[in-house]
Design a protein around this ligand. Structure first.
Ligand SMILES: C[S@@+](CC[C@H](N)C(=O)[O-])C[C@H]1O[C@@H](n2cnc3c(N)ncnc32)[C@H](O)[C@@H]1O
Length: 241
């Protein structure tokens, strides 16, 4: 699961017992050698789908950018300013190093649940990858209304979402077990480390996006195929301000 350049079990344990911010600060130098970084295959599928449907964009925002996986995609899709926002200064430092060759790119340390007012009405495309497990369902309205405010009218918030995993799959038991472990960890240990796999269902997400003022559609990411029942394994959510 981890390459030899990735974190040791001990390092992962220390990170998991920290806050989200501190945990990512510690993980940052090795983050790109973990499976937590969004794989290029997913980034390429999203980029190709957005380019085919929408062409290019003006300014771009990468919400919870981490070390800048999605920022690369924005550099190719967007013509103007590109901003990565993240809670972790360590992750932002890594992202800054990776994208130092493009003076259109800036990074802002901020909580995505409370985006700075000076980002308002500034972006034509916002993306987010691999971070929604860090938000409780009750935090989604603040997250979505912040992104809605950061977009210009007509701007697009795009992110991939996976199909629900059936309980017949061993993966269901793995993620359910992980979430249960995290709930126990967060009940007995401070600071909390919010990271759950099963708290971001499309139905609730769609409803919260609509409440925040978006119009919402989804398109299948055919790159990942379909489930036996015919549903796409992955969809791209397209939420328009
Ligand atoms: C699994 S990483 C994903 C990073 C990157 N988007 C990727 O796909 O590789 C999750 C990121 O979300 C950030 N994060 C978690 N909670 C956040 C919050 N409330 N505000 C901003 N960033 C947050 C973490 O610091 C971390 O960099």
């Amino acid at each position: 699961m981890f390459s030899s350049h990735g974190p040791s079990v001990r390092e992962l344990a220390v990170q998991g017992l920290s806050s989200v911010e501190r945990g990512y600060d510690l993980l940052a130098p090795k983050f790109d050698h973990t499976p937590f970084r969004t794989p290029d295959r997913m980034l390429d599928a999203v980029e190709e789908t957005l380019a085919r449907r929408e062409g290019t964009f003006g300014a771009g925002l990468d919400v919870c950018c981490g070390t800048g996986a999605g920022t690369g995609l924005l550099r190719r899709l967007c013509r103007d300013r590109i901003t990565g926002v993240d809670l972790s200064a360590g992750m932002l430092a890594e992202a800054g190093r990776r994208h130092a060759d493009d003076d259109r790119v800036d990074f802002v340390r901020a909580d995505a649940r409370d985006l700075p007012a000076d980002l308002a009405d500034s972006y034509d495309l916002a993306v987010s990858f691999g971070a929604f497990g860090h938000f409780l369902p009750s935090e989604r309205p603040a997250l979505f209304s912040g992104v809605h405010s950061a977009l210009r009218p007509g701007g697009l918030f795009a992110f991939p979402i996976g199909a629900p995993i059936p309980p017949s799959s061993p993966v269901w038991w793995a993620v359910a077990g992980f979430d249960a472990l995290m709930r126990v960890r967060n009940a007995v240990w401070r600071p909390p480390f919010v990271m759950y796999y099963r708290t971001f269902p499309l139905s609730g997400v769609r409803a919260d996006l609509r409440t925040a003022g978006f119009t919402v559609e989804t398109v299948p990411l055919e790159h990942f195929g379909r489930l036996p029942g015919g549903a796409p394994r992955w969809r791209l959510v397209l939420a328009r301000r």
